[in-house]
Structures are given as structure tokens and as C-alpha cells.
Design a protein around this ligand. Structure first.
Ligand code: ADP
Ligand code: SF4
Length: 697
């Protein structure tokens, strides 16, 4: 997408828009959407295709698929990615390439043979690996892979060629050979940790890189005059002392500098590469990648959750990178390149680094994005990250509550042209985000409110009223046509959540706290027991906060791990490590049975055996209840709505059902999108979906 010629001469971002050759093809700019999962994959191909199309529309010069399994002998079910096992798979892959091409981007496909990482739970084939051994998956599947013999290595090389030819026939411009994150057999061959062969494919680096070289040469011979061939490698495997280290990566690139048409470099494990903002800043991989460009004449792409165009320019000008790789920043704002080109930097919807998008893949559901509620809804619901439908017949909307749900509803309804009043009980806008952004290392989460307030500010048709705690009487007296109740939630004090569904026996003399108290500045002291039956980030992060404040913290949870659900955000090990390194006492697999005057009683989740822990205070991180008082009062007075000029009242966000912030921005977005265009389709689903075709052959 060209820069506006008027602005071109003066834009300091010009360098990001230089065309860049990748082998026989040319990317129109340096914005490179690296492969990323989306939880939809082969189950939701049209949803994936439309998501990629929107990225191309937003100006990305290169748009990749997620990982594509090239052969049925290596698959990663239950994870849902893409497959190119036979011609039958081609139409959905071609649809994605076509979608990407509709806006002049290069279409890339990431080919993966998963080796020691593919348990083959779906195909029931014996997994084949560089060197056999227990399958290395997140779920430690009780399956072993067998070492490939030499004729099977030739088979795998042929399968790569078959997949590359099919990719070309689907219309792709770039193939990427996946050898990063521990997920691709290219890496398994390169690493002494996963390659213990003593033939010509094992031992020296030259031998270990033979498979990679052969595959590239085979593909080049088959399709290299039409497609660019890229290799995606881990920058630092960081597994054990034999791992494919950063210095070996450099040696390898030095040895094979001109082998591929581009080097695509990502951190070691996926957890490190896609670290959350709680653990890593923007551009965190720079030390691992700096200097690699000097080892090759081919372009280098790297990632780093880049959302700042100045940081991007610095990466290019200082010779670290040729392309700005991005997965999450492109999810949060598919139009990031276009906004940079148009010098609309303040409109960039910056990724907050929460990894909710990753949870869609981990839970095999479909991905969401906290910042961009339209992600994966482009086809399912026809939502677009930038375009808003025109205003309908209604005129005015009162939104109560300025948390992520209320702010997103106000941004969207204001943008559509409605008269919007946003009322907030407190002096501060932002709801839970305004408080949670102050927790240790969660500052980037504040972007959820900063972006929305920045977008709302210029809208003359949106009025904001702070310190306006509204009652039902207030609402009925105002005369707004529509009322949106986004009043949020509060943490429970009585210990009920999952392990316990009925209130705990709590001595009234024990000082009792909830996360709301802590975030409001009301702090305990002495020995504090944190009871976490919530399992997302709050228990672990408050353990850190209280420890930093000088409390002696004991973290008790019925789960087997600290902040167990954060397995899905790739954070769990880092959180547990941090909590352990702080010296916080951890008691997993234990539920709270009673809270006494000066101690708590726990019960083992398995045996029921009871134990006592001294406590000067207890912090309950258990469950939240929707703040529904206003909603309940309004419902009680439903017969007065019509006379008050109210045609609808809706409860949304945490007030309706507490959940992560992404659920709230989604709820606010949906409310605004459905204003005057309800999605009601009778008893049918409110989104489009694809259903497997019966094969009657
Ligand atoms: P969500 O995640 O659903 O957006 P939050 O808890 O982040 O919810 O935000 C809810 C906001 O609603 C809070 O800032 C709270 O102060 C505000 N609020 C709650 N009740 C009222 C009320 N009756 N009038 C105005 N604002 C309210
Ligand atoms: Fe970024 Fe969070 Fe959106 Fe993922 S879900 S793209 S980490 S804001």
C-alpha cells in the first residue's frame, strides 16, 4: 500500500515501506505477518481465510498461514492447525492464498513435519523423528516416536516437495520450513538434544544440517523459480546443555547463509517467543538476533511484539532486521501498517501482550483478542476491525460503566454516529483495567483503556460523566432510548468457587480481603494466606504484590499448579518460577476447609487430610459476581420503561458473566454492532460456521 505522496517525503517511516525481494518474489513493504495459530484452522477455513484477507487489507506486505502439516505421519491433534496431506486439502488452502492476494500481499505457507512433537493421536500412525523417544508435547502424551531410517528420510524429503508443489498450485508465493519453537523436524535434526544419530545426518553441525539443506535444495529444484523459500529457526533452543544454542544458530547461518531466500528467526520455545508483557518487553529478542544479518546476504525477519513504528525503524536502521515480523501486533491491529503509512500512529490498537489469543489454540476453541474483538469474527459475523456499520434508526444510548465493555461499546456506538452518554460511578475511567494495570508488570494492559479513550475523545457525540453512580430512578428519568448496563463485577468473600460450592466457615475475627480490597489500597500484613480457586493470573500476581509489600505469603490452591489456567497463556511455568524464587510458600492440591480466628484449615484435594496454617489475614481469590444491582432494579421496573422512552435495557460484560477482559471488549463490541441490527436468527446460531462435508464415495 503506497504512502500518501504528499506525506511521503517527510515520513520518518518510509524505510518500513521499501519493497523487499525474497528470492523470486517481492514484498511490497517490510511488514511481515509471521505464521500464527488461531484456534480455527482446518475446522473453520473460511473464518481463517477472511482473517488473513483483513491483514492484507491492513497493509501487511507478507501474510502467512499457521503451521500446515505436510503428511499424515506427523500431526498434532488435538491442536487445530492446517493440513496439506492430499489434493483434497488444497481448496481451503487456495482460498486463503486468494484472500491474501486480494490486497497485494505475498501469501506464505508454513510447512511443518512435527517429528518428536507430533503424537499422531488422530491418524494413529507411528510418529517418526530424527531420533526416536518420548513425544515432546505440552500434554506429555504417552507415545514414543521411532527414528527415521534413511529411506524414510527420503520419504519425508519427498513429502516436503509434494507439499511445496501443492502450495505453489494453491497460489502461495512463499514456503516457510518450520524449525522453531521445538515444533518442526528441521530443528530436531539441527539440535544435538533431539538428534543423536550416528550416520551422516547426525554428529557435526554439517551433518545435522544436511536434512535442512537437502529439503531446501529439493524444494528449490521443484518450485524455487516461482516461490521464495524461507527457514524459520529458533534463536536459542535453551533446553539443555546440548541444545541448539544461539552460537550454534549463528554457526549454522554462517555455514548456510545463502541456502534459503530468507531467514525467519524466532526465540527458542513458544513460551519464550510469545512471552507475555508480564514477562518480556517489546523487542526482547534483539540480543539474540543482532549480528546475524552479517552472516548472510539474505533478508532476516525477527519478532518482538513490535507495536511502535519508531522501534521498528530502529530495528531496520541499526541493521538488526530487514523485515518486521509480527503475529500478535497484527492480530490486535490488522491495520497497523496502514496506520503507520498514513501517519495515524495514535490510532494503532497496540497488543497488550496478554496471550488470550494463544488460549484459543490451546483450548482448541477459536481465538479471541482482548484488543481486537473482530479477530476470527471477520467471516463468522462479518465484523471488520476498522469499518463500522452506519447508524440505524435509534438516536441515543446510555452506557453505564466505563470498564472494557462500556468503553468498547461507547467507542463503537460513537463511531457509528449515535448520541452516547457514558456514566461512570468513580472518578477514574477504565473499570477493572484502571486497577489491574497497576498490578506488578501489567502496565501494558492499560492500553485497553488508553486506546479506547483516545478514540472516543474526538467524538463530539460521546459525553462522559464521571462520579455518576446511577440508580434505576436516574436511568428512568433520563429518557435514553437504549440503556447498556456494563457495571462490572466484584470478588466474592465467602470462599465459594469451584472446589467449594457452598460458603466456607469463616471466623468473623479473621481479617478477610479480596482482590478488590488490595487494588483499592487496603493491604493486609503479617502472615497472609492467599486462597486461589480462580486459577487465572490474579492469585499469582497478588502473591507477588503482597510479598513485595513485606507480607509472608502462603499461596494455597486446589489446583496442581500455581495459576493453573495460565498454561493456556504460556505463562504458568514463569509464574510458578517467579513465585517460588520469591520464597512464597506454595501449597497446591489443597482446598480451604475453614477459616479460624488465627489460622486456616486445608484439606488435601485427593485424600481429604486436613492441615492447619497460621494466618494473620486471608485473601480470597475465588470467584466474581456480576454487579447487577442496577440491572435488577431496572428489571423490577420494566413496566415503566416505555413511559420513560426506553426501548431496550441490556446487561453486558462482567456484570452479565465475569470473565477475562477479552470477553468484556467482545461484549461491548457485540452490543454496539447489534444496535438496530439484532443478530437474532430464531433458534439458529448467530454466526456463520462450516460443517464437514459427508464423503459418500
Ligand atoms: P467490564 O469488564 O464488564 O467492562 P468493569 O468492572 O471493568 O466491567 O467496569 C465496570 C464499571 O462500572 C466500573 O468502573 C464501575 O465503577 C462502574 N459502575 C458500576 N455500577 C455503576 C453504576 N450504578 N453507575 C455508574 N457506573 C457504575
Ligand atoms: Fe495481543 Fe492479547 Fe490480542 Fe493476543 S489477545 S494479540 S496478546 S492483545
Amino acid at each position: 500500500m503506497p504512502l500518501d505522496p504528499e506525506n511521503k517525503a517527510k515520513s520518518r517511516y518510509d524505510i518500513l515501506f521499501e519493497p523487499m525481494p525474497i528470492g523470486p518474489v517481492v514484498a511490497k513493504n517490510r511488514f511481515y505477518q509471521v505464521p500464527h495459530c488461531n484456534g480455527g484452522g482446518y475446522r473453520d477455513p473460511s473464518a481463517v481465510a477472511e482473517m488473513r484477507r483483513v491483514k492484507a487489507e491492513g497493509g501487511w506486505g507478507v501474510v502467512f498461514t499457521e503451521q500446515v502439516e505436510i503428511h499424515q505421519t506427523s500431526e498434532i491433534a488435538p491442536f487445530i492447525e492446517l493440513r496439506l496431506w492430499e489434493d483434497k486439502d488444497m481448496p481451503m488452502l487456495a482460498k486463503m492464498a486468494d484472500a491474501i492476494h486480494s490486497y497485494d500481499a505475498l501469501a506464505g505457507i508454513e510447512l511443518a513435519y512435527s517429528g518428536i512433537n507430533g503424537p499422531n493421536l488422530y491418524t494413529k500412525e507411528v510418529p517418526l523423528a530424527a531420533t526416536g523417544g518420548p513425544i515432546l508435547t505440552f500434554t506429555s502424551d504417552p507415545v514414543n516416536a521411532r527414528s527415521l531410517d534413511k529411506s524414510e528420510i527420503r520419504d519425508v524429503r519427498r513429502w516436503y516437495v509434494n507439499a511445496a508443489k501443492r502450495s505453489r498450485d494453491c497460489g502461495y508465493d512463499l514456503v516457510c520450513l518450520y524449525g522453531a519453537h521445538g515444533f518442526g523436524i528441521i530443528q530436531h535434526f539441527l539440535s544435538r538434544t533431539t538428534n543423536k544419530r550416528n550416520d551422516e545426518y547426525g554428529g557435526s553441525l554439517e551433518n545435522r544440517s544436511r536434512f535442512m539443506r537437502e529439503v531446501v535444495e529439493d524444494i528449490r529444484e521443484a518450485v524455487g523459480d516461482t516461490m521464495g523459500i524461507t527457514i524459520r529457526l529458533s534463536l536459542d533452543e535453551a533446553f539443555d546443555e546440548l541444545s541448539f544454542s544461539n552460537s550454534e544458530v549463528r554457526e549454522c547461518i554462517d555455514m548456510h547463509g545463502d541456502l534459503p531466500d530468507l531467514w525467519d528467526l524466532a526465540h527458542g520455545t513458544w513460551e519464550n517467543c510469545s512471552a507475555t508483557s508480564r514477562f518480556k518487553d517489546e523487542g526482547a529478542q534483539e540480543d539474540l538476533i543482532r549480528g546475524i544479518k552479517d552472516l548472510t546476504s539474505k533478508p532476516v525477519v525477527g519478532v518482538g511484539r513490535f507495536t511502535s513504528p519508531d522501534a521498528m525503524v530502529r530495528q531496520i536502521k541499526s541493521g538488526v532486521l530487514d523485515f518486521i515480523g509480527a503475529a500478535r501486533p497484527s492480530i490486535a491491529d490488522p491495520f497497523l501498517p496502514k496506520k503507520v503509512a498514513e501517519d495515524r500512529i495514535e490510532d494503532i490498537r497496540e497488543c497488550i501482550g496478554c496471550n488470550i489469543c494463544v488460549t484459543g489454540d490451546f483450548t482448541m476453541s477459536i481465538s479471541r483478542c482482548t484488543q481486537n474483538p473482530s479477530f476470527m469474527e471477520e467471516w463468522r459475523k462479518g465484523w471488520h476491525p476498522e469499518n463500522k456499520p452506519p447508524k440505524g434508526d435509534s438516536q441515543s444510548v446510555l452506557i453505564i460503566g466505563s470498564g472494557p465493555a462500556g468503553l468498547e461499546a461507547a467507542r463503537m456506538l460513537g463511531g457509528r454516529g449515535y448520541e452516547v452518554a457514558l456514566a461512570e460511578a468513580s472518578a477514574d475511567l477504565g473499570g477493572r483495567v484502571a486497577k489491574e494495570r497497576l498490578l506488578p508488570n501489567l502496565a501494558a494492559w492499560g492500553r485497553v483503556m488508553d486506546y479506547r479513550l483516545g478514540q472516543i475523545e474526538p467524538l463530539a457525540n460521546v459525553s462522559i460523566y464521571r462520579e455518576s453512580a446511577l440508580s434505576a430512578e436516574d436511568v428512568l428519568s433520563f429518557g435514553f432510548e437504549h440503556v447498556c448496563v456494563a457495571t462490572g463485577s466484584h470478588w466474592r468473600r465467602d470462599g465459594t468457587a469451584r472446589a467449594r460450592l457452598i460458603p466456607l466457615d469463616i471466623d468473623k475475627d479473621m481479617p478477610l480481603f479480596t482482590p478488590d480490597d488490595i487494588m483499592a489500597g487496603k493491604m493486609p500484613d503479617g502472615h497472609v494466606v492467599i486462597y486461589d480457586d480462580d486459577h487465572y493470573y490474579m492469585g499469582g500476581i497478588l502473591a507477588e504484590k503482597l510479598h513485595q509489600a513485606g507480607c509472608q505469603v502462603t499461596l494455597i490452591t486446589p489446583a496442581a499448579k500455581v495459576s493453573e489456567w495460565t498454561v493456556n497463556t504460556l505463562e504458568q511455568e514463569k509464574i510458578q518460577q517467579r513465585v517460588m524464587e520469591m520464597g512464597i510458600t506454595i501449597m497446591t492440591s489443597h482446598a480451604l476447609n475453614a477459616v479460624k480466628r488465627d489460622h486456616v484449615v486445608t484439606a488435601c484435594a485427593y485424600t481429604g487430610q486436613e492441615k492447619e496454617y497460621r494466618a494473620d489475614a486471608v485473601l480470597m481469590v475465588t470467584a466474581r459476581d456480576g454487579e447487577t444491582r442496577l440491572w435488577d432494579d431496572l428489571k423490577q421496573r420494566q413496566d415503566e420503561w416505555q413511559d420513560a422512552g426506553i426501548s431496550s435495557v441490556k446487561l453486558i460484560g462482567d456484570a452479565a458473566a465475569p470473565a477475562p477482559i477479552a470477553w468484556a471488549t467482545y461484549a461491548g463490541h457485540r452490543y454496539a454492532m447489534e444496535m438496530d441490527t439484532p443478530s437474532d436468527k430464531g433458534d439458529d446460531p448467530v454466526f456463520r460456521r462450516e460443517v464437514a462435508q459427508l464423503d459418500n464415495s
